[in-house]
Every structure is written in C-alpha cells, then in structure tokens.
Design a protein around this ligand. Structure first.
Ligand code: ADP
Length: 649
C-alpha cells in the first residue's frame, strides 16, 4: 500500500509537472510567435521607410519616428548597394550604445546579412555579436538587412540593428513574460540575452522553442518556477493521497478485525473442543430435541445407554427407537404435556429405555427447555442417568438388610429359646401325663368300656389341645424366623396383635409384667408387610420389658406394665393421606441424653448380651413403609416409642 501510495504521488506530481511544462511550451511557442510577428511588423515599417530616398531629410524624420516607436531597434542605417552608409540614426533611448565600437568592425556581419537578403530577395538577419558599451557593459545585438527595391532595381539596403534583450522586452507582451525568465540562446545553449529571473528553491521548469529567422536560428528558452513542489501539490494529488490513506486505514482496520476474528474463532474452537471433550467424557446421557420432538443431538453416553450409534438416533421423531413399546403412550402423554405447559418438573422422572439388544435400562430423566441466544425456546434438553448400577446396589443392600433382619430375628428367638422350651415343656408334659393316665385307664380291667371310651375321648381331646398349643408356639417362632418374600397387604391391627401375642404373653408372664392391648375404634387396617411390622412391635415390646427388670427397686409394682396402642392419625398439612400410629409405652428406667442421641446407631447397645441392631432395623423397616419412628419420655417414667404406617384404603 505504501509503495502504491508512493507511486501514485509520484505519478500525480509527474502529471502535474508535465502539464505545467506543456503549458510553458505553449507559452514559449506563443512568445516565439509574438517575436516573429513583431519582427515582421518591423520589416513592414522598414520597407515603408525605404520608400523615401536616403538623401531626403524626411528619411531622418521617418527613421526617428520609427526608432521612437520601436525601442528594440538601436540603430537604423541606409546603405547603398555597396553597403556604404548613406544615412544613419541611433535610437533616442540608447544614443551612446555605439560609441565604443566602430561600425566598420561589424561590416562582415552586415555584409553577411545583406548577402543573404540579396539572395533571398527579402529581409535577412546576421548572427549576433557582442556590442561592448561603457563601464564594461554591453549587449548582444544582431543586424537585419532589408533590401530596398526601386524601379525593380536594387537601390540599397536598410540595416536595422536589434538589441536582443530589447527584442525580448519589447516584442513579447509583459503579461506573457510574468513570473518567467525568457532567454534567447544559441543552438549550443550559449545564452545571448535574458529578461526576467526565476529563483525557486523547488527548482524550475523550462521549455525551448526554435526561433528561426531568415539567415539565423536561435533557441528561445523560457523558465518558470516549479509551481507545486510539496508533497500535496494540488487537489488531485491530495485526493489520491486522502483516498490512499483512507484505504490504508480501512486495510489496517480490516487486518485488526481479521486478527480479532481469528482470536475469537480460536477461543471459540477451544471452548467447543473443551465442551465436546466434556460432553464426551460425561457419564450422563444428553439428548436435545426440537419443538416437534425430533432428536437433534445426542452425546456418546446417551448412545451407550440406548446401545445405538448417533446416526440411528439423530433426526428420529416420535416414537423414539428406544422407547419400550409398553411405555409409548406414557411418553406421548409426556410429550404433549411438554408442548402445552412448557413448565417441566426440575426433579425429573424415573423411566425405562429399551436398549438395542432388548434389555430394559432403568433411567432417571431430567428435562429442561432449550433457550437460544434470542431467548426463544427451540426445543428441550434431557439429561439421562443410567440407574442400572444404582438399582443393583439397592437390590444388594435390600438383600443384605433382609439377611440382617433374619439374623436379628434368629438372635431374638435365641434369646427366647429358654422361654420357648419352658413353654413347650408344659403342653408336652401335659400330653405325656395325659398319655400315661390314658394308659393306666386302659390297663385297668375294672373300668367299664363305656366309661373308658368317654374318658379316653376327653383325654385325647386334651392331648390334641395341648399339641395344638405347642404347635402354635412352634409356628409363631417359625413364622418369625422364616425369611419370607416381602409381601405387602392390608393387615388388620388385630392380626398384628395376634401374630406377636403368644410370644409377648409368654415373656410378660415370665417377667410378671402386665401387657395392655388397645386399638382405637375407628382404626383402619394398615398397608404393610405383616412379618416385618410384627418384628418391629416385638422389638419395641422386648426393649420395654428389658427396661423394667424384675429386681428393679425403682419400678414399683404399679408401674410394671406395658401398653400397646394403635390409633388413626388425623390428616393435616404435614402428613396428607391416612396414617395409623402405633405406640409402645413402658415405665422402665427411660433414656439418658447420651443414650437418646445414639439410640438408632447400629451396634449401639447398653446391654451385656445386646446386639444394638434392634432399633436401627425397626427404623429402616418403618421408613421402608413410608412411616416415621421416634420416641419420647413417658409419664411418670419410662419411654414411649411411636411409629406410623400407611392406612390401607
Ligand atoms: P439392643 O436391645 O440389642 O441393645 P436396640 O437397638 O434395640 O439394641 O437398643 C439400643 C439401646 O437403646 C439399648 O441398649 C438400650 O440402652 C436403649 N433402649 C432401647 N429401648 C429402650 C427402652 N424402652 N427403655 C430404655 N432404653 C432403651
């Protein structure tokens, strides 16, 4: 651009100079024309003068008028055919010009001019010569010879002497010469005369013009100051420079812009690469859909979850290839909700996807609207979390908890083993004694057959009752110990009582504790796994019993009782729906603050033979059912444990 600018300025300057030079050349041609025209007019005047005879005094007068009118003429002579001077007159303006030079000295020049004039039959000029004057001055002059023809005969010559400087000043108009120097030079460049001077630090321009006169030729050299030598010579150059500068500025701005763009593109590419790496390494599946439900983007994690490559997913509409057929309606419903409400729950929903290999994958889907830069919604974005591993872990933990519960049940049964054996002893001993009594009766021959039948029937009936009683004890223990599949059902409260009462009563009887059972009149059945809830109740009852040991002096006889209570919970804002609250209240030693803080911590126990698992298991069972387990001090002493279960509708 700079080089171009330089060239443009240079060319503009060249053009301007050329223009000025051609103007000057035109002026020089005009000047030469003026000179020629002036000389021609002079010739006519001289020819008019030649009409008068040399001897006549009018010649002197006419010559004087002529010299006064033409300052460029320094001298006029009338010469005869042999070039002898007949008449002569000096210019009144420079009368002393010829004082220092004898006219004989210049005769050869005059002869030369007149010989030419004779030959040409018209005026002719001599070469110029230096005419010295006083005080070392002088000027270049030339002779002009006009042949005088009278009666078709050559009568002589009129010789006029021209001062070359005078020619320039008198014959060229002063307006044409203004601010210029005009010089008459010889062909080899020798300057003969000059008028005007040009001094200019920026230099001058010059034009040459041939001034050929009959018999002699000069070069007219015109000089003038270079008009505009600066860097901004005129409007053209200034415009070119301004345009170039504007172009350069634009170019610089463009370069700056390009650089900025490239930087922005670089950081954008970096951000994109970072985002891509992030999306690719994410374990969460991402899936974008447009407003019509067509998939517009999926990340690798999503492809992995549904087991399909992106090409099979992007562009597909509804139903999506990974929707399980049985859930298509549900998904369609969700899509229409999405399109109408546009407000999606933030917490997401659990669902299932069908992998390409036919496996159902449990997933958690969280959806959010996709908003573009113009704040317009362009679709939806879903984040999908594969929950297979979590489900497996949950399954595992449930299984281990089940095993733990079974173990706890076994431990509890172990604790009760002596009690159970004692309880079993009674019916067994009764059966044994009934059996031996029956044998005795059978062996006695005096007993009449009728009596024997009646007695045996009654005894066998008692034996059957006792065996049933023993069977019930065994069954209740078996029911408790056996690990059953969780099965929830509507269970009446009384059935729960019945499930645990043999064991509770056994223990209560042994410890001498009174147990009260109470069910509120309007209490509904509960929706639960009966075995588990029985385990909870048994645990709480057993803890209550253990808090009131027989030898405890603090627990007076009036307080050795334990009450179990079940009543519906009135529905309120915090617990909507119907619930049933169970309380187990003992009047034992109660809980210290330290114990109360850690009571639900697994393996926390204050008992020598305790495992510390009972309450933590109770709580997890209750929470599995959606309820809550807590405790508070009972009045006047002891503790009340309270838990809730959902009512069966
Ligand atoms: P364990 O009975 O095997 O010790 P639990 O988890 O059932 O395990 O009970 C933890 C602890 O809580 C007990 O050791 C006892 O100190 C305290 N505790 C539980 N129930 C009662 C209660 N009704 N009265 C007083 N303390 C209790």
């Amino acid at each position: 651009m700079l080089a171009l600018l330089g060239v443009l300025v240079f060319l503009a300057r060249e053009y301007e100079e050329n223009h000025a030079v051609s103007q000057l050349e035109l002026s020089a041609a005009n000047m030469a024309g003026e000179l020629r025209a002036g000389l021609l007019r002079n010739i006519q005047d001289l020819q008019a003068l030649s009409v008068t005879s040399a001897s006549e005094p009018q010649w002197q007068r006419a010559a004087s008028v002529l010299l006064s009118a033409h300052r460029e003429m320094l001298r006029l002579e009338w010469r005869d055919r042999d070039l002898r001077i007949q008449q002569e007159l000096r210019s009144p303006f420079q009368p002393q010009t010829f004082d220092d030079m004898n006219r004989e000295q210049v005769l050869p020049d005059v002869q030369h001019a007149c010989a030419n004039a004779r030959r040409l039959k018209g005026p002719a000029y001599s070469a110029s010569y230096w005419l010295p004057m006083a005080q070392w001055l002088g000027q270049e002059v030339m002779e002009m010879c006009v042949p005088v023809i009278q009666a078709n005969r050559e009568a002589g010559f009129i010789v006029a002497t021209y001062g070359l400087p005078g020619l320039l000043t008198e014959l060229i108009r002063s307006e044409t010469r203004r601010a210029r120097s005009v010089a008459i030079n010889e062909g080899d460049g020798t300057r003969l005369a000059i008028v005007g001077s040009v001094v200019n630090e920026r230099g001058v321009i010059q034009a040459r013009q041939l001034l050929d006169l009959p018999g002699v030729a000069y070069v007219l050299r015109v000089e003038q100051a270079r008009e505009s030598g600066g860097w901004l010579p005129n409007i053209l150059t200034a415009t070119v420079v301004a345009l170039t500068l504007a172009l350069t500025t634009l170019f610089a701005l463009l370069a700056l812009d390009v650089r900025r763009r490239r930087r922005a593109e670089g950081s954008l590419a970096e951000a994109l690469a970072f985002r891509k790496a992030m999306e690719d390494s994410l374990l969460t599946g991402l899936c974008a859909r447009d407003m019509q439900g067509r998939i517009t983007y999926v990340n690798p994690a999503f492809c992995q979850i549904v087991g399909r490559p992106p090409e099979q997913l992007v562009g597909t509409g509804i139903p999506a290839p990974y929707w399980p057929p049985e859930q298509i309606d549900c998904y369609r419903q969700r899509q229409s909700i999405r399109q109408t409400s546009r407000l999606l729950p933030r917490q997401g929903f659990e669902s299932e996807f069908l992998r390409a290999d036919g496996v159902h994958v449990p997933v958690l889907v969280v959806e959010a609207p996709l908003i573009n830069a113009q704040a317009r919604q362009t679709g939806w974005m879903s984040a999908i979390i594969d929950q297979s591993d979590q489900r497996k872990a949950e399954e595992l933990s449930r299984a281990s908890q089940d095993r733990l519960q079974a173990t706890a049940r076994l431990a509890m049964v172990g604790e009760m083993a002596s009690l159970i054996s004692h309880e079993l002893n009674q019916p067994l001993a009764a059966i044994a004694s009934y059996a031996s009594g029956s044998l005795n009766v059978l062996q006695d021959p005096q007993v009449p057959l009728q009596t024997l039948r009646i007695e045996l029937e009654a005894t066998i009936q008692r034996m059957a009752d006792q065996a049933e009683r023993a069977g019930k004890v065994i069954k209740s223990v078996g029911d408790l110990v056996r690990r059953r599949e969780r099965a929830r059902a509507a269970v009446p409260i009384q059935a729960l009582w019945d499930g645990i009462s043999p064991l509770v009563k056994l223990q209560a009887h042994k410890l001498g504790i009174e147990v009260q059972w109470e069910i509120a009149a309007d209490c509904p059945a509960v929706w639960c796994d009966a075995t588990m809830v029985e385990q909870v109740l048994l645990n709480l009852v057993r803890n209550g019993f253990q808090a009131m040991p027989p030898g405890d002096p603090a627990s007076g006889s009036g307080w050795r009782n334990l009450s179990l209570h079940a009543a519906p919970v009135p529905a309120n804002a915090t617990s909507p729906g119907r619930w049933v609250a169970f309380t187990v209240t003992d009047h034992g030693h109660g809980l210290t603050d330290e114990v109360a803080k850690r009571i639900f911590t697994p393996f926390f126990t204050t008992k020598a033979e305790g495992m510390g698992l009972g309450l933590s298991l109770c709580r997890s069972i209750v929470e599995q059912h959606g309820g809550l387990l807590d405790f508070e001090p009972a009045t006047p002493r002891g503790t009340t444990f309270r838990f809730t279960l959902p009512a069966a509708l």
